[in-house]
Ligand binder design. Structure first.
Ligand SMILES: [Mg+2]
Length: 168
């Protein structure tokens, strides 16, 4: 429940090949520290990455826990995708609303985010494919900062488990 299915440095590492392999036809994307940093800056290449996926036919919906509609809306506008703000992850309700927008079945949706306790747990509870990405910056909101050491421990165990499995 706590482990992601994949773990990448950046959303840009999520390839069409990977999505095809797992029959993923739509993405639910987190915003803070997944698409933009705390200063609301989007790293280079992210909008091209999203455009490339969309051109290929992958549907995208933003699901952010932020209550700042201007911030979430601005990111959605850059990527030209629908969005939900104040999403209350890891509760299922936001994910189900995003699913309605994507018009896809849960098993064809991947959830992408930088936090285990919101993005990954929520995705796993909904039986959606969970993809954890490294936060864009170490800088975090206070509440997130408290959770980070626990997340780091889980990621460490996750990678250890993965290595063990690949040795078998
Ligand atoms: Mg985030």
């Amino acid at each position: 429940m706590l482990y992601p299915k994949e773990y990448f440095n950046s959303v840009k590492d999520i390839s069409i090949e990977l999505l095809n392999k797992h029959n993923i036809k739509g993405l639910i994307l987190d915003v803070d520290n997944t698409l933009i940093n705390l200063d609301r800056k989007m790293p280079e290449g992210i909008s091209d990455w999203a455009k490339n996926l969309k051109d290929y036919g992958i549907k995208i919906c933003i699901l952010s826990n932020s209550n700042k509609i201007d911030k979430v809306g601005a990111v959605a506008k850059i990527l030209n995708v629908p969005y939900i703000f104040f999403g209350k992850k890891p509760l299922k309700s936001g994910f189900l609303r995003a699913k309605e927008i994507l018009k896809l079945d849960n098993e064809n949706i991947a959830v992408v985010g930088d936090q285990i306790f919101t993005d990954i747990i929520g995705a796993n509870r909904c039986n959606m494919y969970s993809i954890l990405v490294k936060p864009i910056e170490e800088k975090d909101y206070l509440i997130t900062r408290i959770k980070r050491p626990i997340e780091k421990l889980i990621i460490k165990n996750y990678e250890k488990d993965k290595r063990r499995k690949s040795l078998k």
